[in-house]
Design a protein around this ligand. Structure first.
Ligand SMILES: NC(=O)c1ccc[n+]([C@@H]2O[C@H](COP(=O)([O-])OP(=O)(O)OC[C@H]3O[C@@H](n4cnc5c(N)ncnc54)[C@H](OP(=O)(O)O)[C@@H]3O)[C@@H](O)[C@H]2O)c1
Length: 368
């Protein structure tokens, strides 16, 4: 193990201390983790909020033994590397994603630093100097979700429907489809003027109001009755799943992020008509779920590692080129109160646009 500066033995993290405790999260003192052979330890400058964090607190579905510190999106400075790590060194500025069944790096210090987390080497990438720590930390989980749904699936010239283009995952997915993967027609939706505007700004050619418009009819008209080649639905809404499945063309692809139709609560399964709708169209139902890699270790094989690493590389490259840029609508300090308020808004679906960034170490984050 290689390290330079003094690292404390413990830090005051933000997380849950009881099984299925739910919100609010609490401050909890935990040991600073030691990196395994293929991991790095990062001193955190910035992180971001994801719905996964309140869901983990609510349900603890990765089967962890609390306390569990959250804050899985990471940007900061590498302070220790495991002995098997090459390509990233102590002192490097990086972006990373912690294992989704591991601990994160939120510190209850109000932005004055002291947060640490480990990440695997294949989920850690050097941060380009032109990208801020804040923006780098807004990318990993949402970018990888969009990447897993679209990369290799969208070809230049395709028609694509991505509902909810003002959301954390979907605003990146719209940019990826329209700008990086060069889809010919990208359609999106939203219910609020701000989210409709963000979907447009992200490159969607048409954005409909899912509360008011008959989107299936609009898409039929835009595609001469065919439907779109691919749907990527990251809304986690059964209502959306039913609507978006009606917009795929014969033989097209319907990708859903997460556990999918009939299972959105994770607590009880309901009957969903989605598979019958897709069967009428002979369309493929694809489940995209980053959590699977970590809950079923056999799925984290070398191919999966290579794929995710390529995703992390492209996240930095495309952000630097201005192709896929996170929209940070709110930046908060890493306090228990502010993190709880942000997660509560995500949970209530009340007005979050794009990403909420968390500044864990103000001084470090200001360095870029
Ligand atoms: N398992 C995985 O691998 C994985 C990874 C990442 C995320 N996820 C899950 O994916 C979901 C999305 O994450 P996120 O970070 O993008 O959340 P988010 O920022 O809260 O975005 C949710 C978006 O969905 C839109 N929406 C809600 N209902 C809709 C409907 N019926 N039709 C169209 N759009 C609708 C909202 O639009 P308006 O505000 O305009 O109404 C909002 O923009 C979360 O549930 C998250 O837990 C899963």
């Amino acid at each position: 193990m290689k390290q330079t500066q003094t690292i404390p033995e413990t830090f005051l993290g933000v997380g849950y201390t009881r099984d299925q405790a739910g919100l609010p999260l609490e401050a909890v003192r935990v040991p600073v983790p030691q990196p395994a052979a293929d991991e790095v330890l990062i001193r955190i400058a910035a992180s971001s909020l994801n719905p996964l964090e309140y869901k983990l607190a609510d349900l603890n579905f990765m089967g962890r033994t609390p306390p569990v510190v959250l804050g899985l999106d990471l940007a900061g400075i590498v302070v220790t590397v495991g002995h098997g790590v090459s390509g990233v060194a102590v002192g490097d500025a990086v972006a990373a994603m912690a294992d989704l069944n591991g601990d994160g790096g939120w510190a209850a210090t109000g932005g004055s630093g002291g947060g640490y987390a480990v990440a695997r080497q294949f989920l850690t990438v050097r941060k380009p100097p032109s990208l801020s720590f804040r923006d780098a930390a807004a990318l990993p989980m949402c970018f990888l979700s969009a990447f897993a749904g679209l990369y290799g699936a969208v070809q230049a010239g395709d028609t694509v429907y991505i509902p909810g283009g003002g959301g954390g995952v979907a605003h990146l997915a719209v940019q990826m489809a329209a700008r990086a993967l060069q889809a010919r027609l990208v359609i999106s939706s939203g219910s609020r003027p701000q989210s409709i505007a963000l979907a447009r700004q992200s490159g969607a050619h048409y954005v409909f109001d899912y509360q008011r418009d008959d989107i299936a009819a609009e898409i039929a008209e835009l595609t001469s009755g065919r439907g779109v080649d691919l749907v990527f639905d990251a809304t986690y809404s059964e209502r959306s799943f039913v609507e978006t499945s009606k917009t795929v063309r014969q033989g097209g692809r319907w990708s859903v992020l997460g556990v999918g139709p009939g299972k959105t609560t994770r607590l009880a399964e309901t009957h969903s008509p989605v598979d019958a709708i897709l069967a009428e169209r002979n369309a493929k139902h694809v489940n995209i779920n980053l959590l699977r890699y970590f809950s079923e270790p056999a799925t984290l094989d070398s191919e999966a590692r290579g794929f995710l690493q390529h995703g992390m590389d492209l996240a930095m490259e495309w952000a630097t080129q201005g192709l896929v840029v996170p929209h940070v609508s709110q930046t908060i300090d890493s306090t228990v109160e502010e993190i709880n308020a942000g997660l509560q808004s995500l949970k209530a679906s009340s007005g979050v646009l794009g990403k909420i960034a968390v500044i864990v170490d103000r001084d470090l984050a200001a360095e870029k």
